[in-house]
Design a protein around this ligand. Structure first.
Ligand SMILES: Nc1ncnc2c1ncn2[C@@H]1O[C@H](COP(=O)(O)OP(=O)(O)OP(=O)(O)O)[C@@H](O)[C@H]1O
Ligand SMILES: [Mg+2]
Length: 509
């Protein structure tokens, strides 16, 4: 390892904790990675604490402060505590088997160390932070997608920017990967920033690899005829078994028109045409009547089929549910995710070769605490997080409130991007339930906007301090591609052209 100047030397070790004294004029920061050379081994450690003091007695300190006497340059010191996370011996890298020795030299991590730590990946998230420098790129691999992800940080900490950066690269890697993104705030298409205004619309592959669905243009409808009783659980998580049985009875009786016919009958005659207990009828009909006509019209079209088809073809889907009632948002999100995830599962079971051709899917879910709260009825997302890994369906749970995420699900999120979090309860939850994070509670509070700690097991087993790439910077490196669409005035010609572009791409694949 080419050594730059050492920044200090080890003055004590205990278990995985190392204390070292820092040379004068060296600046360090919490979370910084340091290397300790120890005979034939190198150890890597993260700075977790620091203390400065002097060996002088108080009276001597006072005399020196008053300028009456000088007590020598080595009497003041700064000691730093660091926690070991990796050991390198020859070419082998592993968790530490021992700890460094007294007087071993300490160095600040360099770009060469980044190579040793193997922090780069196919999906680049940002760059390694080392004090005030940015070192080489840090990223996760595509096989991390189905191992589930989480992004945590308080309002304004940079979660949406990180979502954009990761999903943009999932789109770049299509059709190997594909993204299904739920946008609760309506800011991912165009960007809602006063200064930059950049969103997925500005992605160079937007015309061919991204499909946008919005609740506001009527395109995001779920026709009542497409809703079978089996899907009711996605629309009404609190539905009880007797109501489900009644729904099946109605479905057998009326066929695909079961919701409209039973609603009509109930309105005009107070019954639903099949024998059932009054309370059960009331409970079910109350649920069915709450489906708004705008989102659930009486048709046999559902945007979910279109989204499914796009996902299977490697076209990422941005589903804008901003401005909807929160019950409708939940319905759209659960219904579409379950249909798509279920398709992956069924294809895996019944047609493995076909499944191999499906792109690896990442579902980005903001407000994830609303869907993964242990105190609320279970949703499809806990199933996805717990069991859909083998089908290559991944979940990216984004939330400012990690402590409200079901513990079992939280434990399954192998990649975590942790951004500034001030609430103690959330910081405690993050550090107590994430391996190698037990010393990082203070650090999480002190992160700046766009700064994060990244863990991606099994590849990155420790919290790497990074600065996430700013999405506008990413776009600068990925200039627009001319798809030859500008000359077309009519939207229908443009649609046709897009269809052609997509089918040509499919043929090429
Ligand atoms: N890596 C970064 N570099 C520079 N600026 C950033 C970075 N990440 C985020 N920002 C800026 O910080 C602001 C907040 O970011 P963002 O909207 O991503 O936060 P958020 O966590 O999604 O907030 P909210 O909880 O309100 O949705 C934005 O102005 C964004 O441009
Ligand atoms: Mg946001």
């Amino acid at each position: 390892m080419p050594n730059t100047n050492s920044i200090g030397f080890v003055c004590g070790t205990k278990g995985d904790a190392v204390t070292f004294l820092v040379n004068t004029n060296v600046t360090l920061s919490f979370g910084q990675i340091v290397r300790i050379e120890s005979d034939k081994r190198s150890f890597y450690a993260r700075v977790v604490n620091s203390e400065s003091s002097s060996t002088l007695e108080t009276i001597e300190q006072l005399r020196e402060a008053q300028g009456k006497e000088a007590f020598g340059p080595y009497s003041a010191y700064r000691s730093v505590e660091a926690v070991l996370f990796l050991e390198k011996r020859g070419d082998s890298i592993r968790s530490p088997t021992f700890n460094p020795n007294y007087r071993d030299q300490v160095y600040a991590a360099t770009d060469e160390d980044c190579a040793v730590l193997n922090l780069t990946g196919e999906l680049q998230v940002g760059r390694l932070r080392s004090e005030n420098q940015l070192l080489s790129s840090v990223g996760i691999n595509i096989d991390a997608i189905p191992r589930m992800m989480g992004m945590f940080g308080m309002t304004g900490s940079g979660k949406t920017n990180t979502e954009l950066v990761i999903n943009a690269q999932i789109i770049d890697n299509s059709p190997r990967t594909v993204a299904l993104i739920y946008d609760f705030a309506g800011q991912l298409l165009e960007g809602k920033e006063i200064k930059t205004q950049k969103g997925l619309k500005h992605h160079p592959l937007f015309p061919t690899r991204i499909q946008y669905y919005s609740g506001q243009d009527g395109k995001m409808a779920v026709g009542l005829k497409t809703i079978t009783p089996g899907k009711l659980e996605m629309l009404f998580p609190d539905i009880q078994p007797p109501q489900r049985r009644l729904a099946w009875q109605l479905f057998r009786h009326f066929g695909a028109n079961w919701i409209e016919n039973s609603r009509e009958l109930y309105r005009s005659e107070g019954n639903v045409g099949v024998r059932a207990q009054k309370v059960v009828v009331e409970a079910l009909m109350q649920k069915l009547s709450s489906l708004s006509g705008e989102l659930f019209p009486s048709s046999d079209y559902t945007f979910v089929d279109s989204a499914l088809q796009n996902i299977c073809n490697g076209v990422s889907c941005l589903v804008d549910i901003s401005g909807m009632r929160s019950e409708d948002q939940n319905r759209v999100v659960c219904l579409s995710s379950s249909t798509i995830a279920e398709h992956y599962k069924r294809t895996w079971e019944s047609n493995f070769d076909e499944w191999l051709k499906l792109p690896t899917l990442l579902i980005t879910l903001e407000e994830a605490h609303e869907f993964l709260d242990p105190n609320k009825p279970r949703t499809i997302f806990s199933d996805i997080a717990l069991t859909y890994r083998k089908y290559r369906v991944g979940l990216n749970a984004v939330t400012p409130r990690p402590s409200r995420i079901n513990f079992d699900v939280f434990a399954e999120l192998w990649t975590k991007v942790i951004m500034k979090t001030e609430l103690k309860k959330d910081r405690m939850y993050l550090t107590e339930n994430t391996p190698y994070m037990e010393y990082s509670e203070t650090e999480i509070k002190m992160l700046d906007v766009g700064e994060a700690l990244l863990i991606s097991e099994p590849k990155i087993k420790f919290a790497v301090p990074i600065r996430v790439t700013h999405y506008p910077e990413y776009l600068e490196k990925h200039p627009p591609i001319d798809h030859g669409l500008r000359d077309f005035q009519s939207l229908s010609i443009m649609d046709e052209k897009l269809r052609m572009l997509r089918s040509q791409e499919k043929v090429k694949l």
